[in-house]
Design a protein around this ligand. Sequence first.
Ligand SMILES: CC(C)(COP(=O)(O)OP(=O)(O)OC[C@H]1O[C@@H](n2cnc3c(N)ncnc32)[C@H](O)[C@@H]1OP(=O)(O)O)[C@@H](O)C(=O)NCCC(=O)NCCS
Length: 161
Amino acid sequence: MDARDVSTFLLPAEPRVEPASEADWAAIEALTRTAGLPSAGLAEQFPRAYAVARGAGGVLGVAGLQAFGAFGLLRSVVVRAGHRGAGLGRALVSDRLAAASRAGLEGVYLLTSGAAPWFRNLGFVPALRAAAPRELAESPEFSEACPLSADCLFLPLAASR
Ligand SMILES: CC(C)(COP(=O)(O)OP(=O)(O)OC[C@H]1O[C@@H](n2cnc3c(N)ncnc32)[C@H](O)[C@@H]1OP(=O)(O)O)[C@@H](O)C(=O)NCCC(=O)NCCS
């Protein structure tokens, strides 16, 4: 049995959401690129800002929560085609929101070009991009990558400390 056979054997049969590791970089980069999401700033706060859904096929999904001052930026939420519609996206977002609460963040922003209704179902509300806190607005995803036409959404978090 070679090393790849061993790692396949160790992958969970049921997908589970867990912290990303350095070894997940290539899979995360490929997932976001295939989904047409921006790569600017993707490596910032990697791997600690990221969670992956890991299953028998390897990395099936990813979500990132980068912190900028008192606020979080939810980004790079992708589930591999063929594994969508099974709740993995929701589980990844919920994991990142729990991380934001644990970190004591006041709220979470995101930009999206196609999934605003999906995020609204998860509790996010439309926000003015121009009203985002300066530190977050200067992040690569906000300032360079996402088109101005992208929807900006916000979820306030209850103070947890
Ligand atoms: C958006 C995405 C992450 C959802 O992942 P998922 O694992 O399919 O999500 P869930 O299984 O938790 O939820 C699926 C539900 O959301 C709905 N949904 C999926 N994408 C949607 C979208 N763009 N707009 C509105 N609803 C959407 C599905 O129809 C499904 O509805 P149902 O439960 O009534 O059948 C996935 O479709 C994806 O990777 N899209 C491409 C990347 C992207 O646009 N990311 C968001 C910007 S960062």
